[in-house]
Ligand binder design. Structure first.
Ligand code: NAD
Length: 290
């Protein structure tokens, strides 16, 4: 990961062009998820032996990130509230023994500590940390209460601070470490009824820049990814309609829906030496929406 011999490029997974029937889309989206290992043609040998922690690995983007790292030979601890989702992720990854599930609620600081302890006990110190868990609830600002506000900050932002704080000492001691925080483009495009989510996701960008400044001299790079509309399993099952597809493609410059693997490929690149001069940045992966 931090050595000189690195391979180039990012595998491009072909998107699904144009408007498709909803059921067909869901089938194709799920088929795509199970094909993922076969359509990541780029090899990053530096990840063999890396210890990766991915929060929210029970489905969606986190699952795709976990699968992508396992495919590259890394050992991956997946942390999630949902044990069944983690089990499904485990059954999908290449090299099943390289994936270790830990059930935890990252809104609870004590469970984050325990999850980190479990990860270190299983594979050793974390060398690549992907703070991916997210939570949102659409609420008009006038109706936003302190409980949802606090939960949003705990799940989206505070857990990233806490995992980062726990992992940083070993990373700086090794003079080598990667942190990737999962933000969103939603706050940049002024999406409505998401003030608590926006505050947390914009906060992640600030955290990313602060950590990059403080840890860069000690070998740790910290970046964020801001996805646009990504067709995860959950989105495919609950949100996708022909109208949704048409609206999404209208907003984007690129006429191709974004998949979890598109985000995972960006995380791989940010974690590889191909991006060794990049830190403190937020990479927007939204097909050109904002
Ligand atoms: N999907 C999108 O279109 C999109 C767009 C922009 C940003 N994002 C961000 O990307 C990240 C992943 O999104 P996704 O769509 O794959 O999410 P998802 O909702 O499909 O999955 C989230 C995962 O996090 C887990 N989780 C939720 N709360 C948790 C908690 N308190 N403790 C532990 N685990 C918990 C869930 O069980 C689930 O497995 C999130 O941070 C999200 O905000 C997603």
């Amino acid at each position: 990961m931090c050595g000189p011999n690195r391979t180039a490029g990012i595998g491009r997974i072909s998107g699904f062009l144009g408007s498709v029937d909803q059921v067909e889309w869901q089938m194709r989206s799920r088929a795509h998820a199970s094909d993922q290992d076969e359509v990541l043609p780029i090899e990053y040998p530096e990840f063999a032996g890396s210890n990766v922690l991915v929060s929210g690995a029970g489905t969606g983007i986190g699952r795709a990130v976990a699968r992508a790292f396992c495919h590259q030979g890394a050992k991956v601890v997946g942390v999630d509230l949902d044990p069944e989702g983690l089990s499904e992720t485990g059954s999908l990854v290449a090299g099943n023994g390289r994936f270790h599930p830990i059930q935890a609620d990252v809104a609870d600081p004590q469970e984050v500590i325990q999850a980190h302890e479990g990860a270190v006990a299983k594979f050793g110190d974390v060398s690549i940390l992907v703070n991916n868990v997210g939570w949102s609830k659409r609420t008009a600002f006038a109706d936003l209460d302190i409980d949802d506000w606090t939960h949003s900050l705990n799940v989206n932002l505070n857990h990233a601070f806490q995992f980062s704080r726990l992992c940083a000492p070993a990373m700086t001691a090794a003079n080598c470490g990667i942190v990737v925080n999962m933000s969103s483009h939603a706050w940049m495009k002024l999406a409505g009824d998401l003030s608590a989510y926006h505050a947390a996701k914009a906060g992640l960008v600030g955290l990313t820049r602060g950590m990059a400044r403080d840890l860069g001299a000690r070998g740790v790079r910290v970046n964020a990814v801001a996805p646009g509309r990504v067709v995860t399993e959950h989105v495919a099952d609950t949100v996708v309609t022909d109208a949704w597809i048409a609206e999404t493609l209208r907003q984007q410059c690129l006429p191709s829906l974004i998949t979890p693997a598109d985000i995972a490929n960006t995380v791989l690149w940010l974690s590889s030496d191909q991006s060794r001069a990049v830190t403190g940045q937020t990479i927007i992966v939204d097909g050109g929406t904002v």
